[in-house]
Design a protein around this ligand. Sequence first.
Ligand SMILES: Nc1ncnc2c1ncn2[C@@H]1O[C@H](COP(=O)(O)OP(=O)(O)OP(=O)(O)O)[C@@H](O)[C@H]1O
Length: 237
Amino acid sequence: MTAAPVLLSGTVRMGARTLFPPLRLELAPGRWTALLGPSGVGKSTLLRLLAGLPIGGTFEGRVENRPPVALMAQDPALLPWLTARQNAALGARLRGEAADRDRLAAVLRRTGLADHGDKPPAALSGGQRQRVALARTLMEDRALVLLDEPFSALDARMRLAMQDLAAELLRGRTVLIVTHDPAEAARLADRIFLMTETGLTEEVAPACPAPRPPADPAVLACQGALLTRLTEAPACA
Ligand SMILES: Nc1ncnc2c1ncn2[C@@H]1O[C@H](COP(=O)(O)OP(=O)(O)OP(=O)(O)O)[C@@H](O)[C@H]1O
């Protein structure tokens, strides 16, 4: 979809504090990149910069080759006065367009929300609300898709199913997923980066095509290596 890699380079200052030193993150076109790291290190801030959204601090750097973006933020941010179905179709509504009804029905069905489409967010569980936000993201036809802990509220079985669904429906897109789950990164990503206060380091992703079986030996080995690296990384101030 995107011809050139999306490239973010630069540093962020939050008041007197440098959030992260100058770094360079390159997203391979049409591939999944995973970003892991301690809480507060700046992962969501990187996503917001890639999405072209304001951040709490000052960005000294640039984003190059940014195509149209869909962002699934950590907070589902559903509109409480709309139903689950209307929230899933919000992108089209905001653009003054009619949502593709067949696609909407299919996405709601495949996210397990077919029986919940008429409910307001307040009548949904946390995992259901997260799936509405996922459905909203999957409804968008964007070359760059940014996912901030998109499956964190889901039970193990649903998490695997939604990972498979996202891998299927986002095939060919450039995807950056922020996750605290090493197993998720090992299943889904073509490239994996660990973010610490000293910058980014690349970890080796399994070579076989994603989505990978969760018990694949290469996935388990990658998961273990990531977990070790994460437990060694210093916590953020
Ligand atoms: N709007 C803001 N104003 C001031 N500080 C902010 C703002 N947004 C984020 N920060 C600070 O920037 C730092 C990085 O936040 P960010 O949300 O990017 O971290 P993260 O790595 O995504 O964390 P987590 O894994 O907990 O989601 C944190 O110390 C946070 O408190």
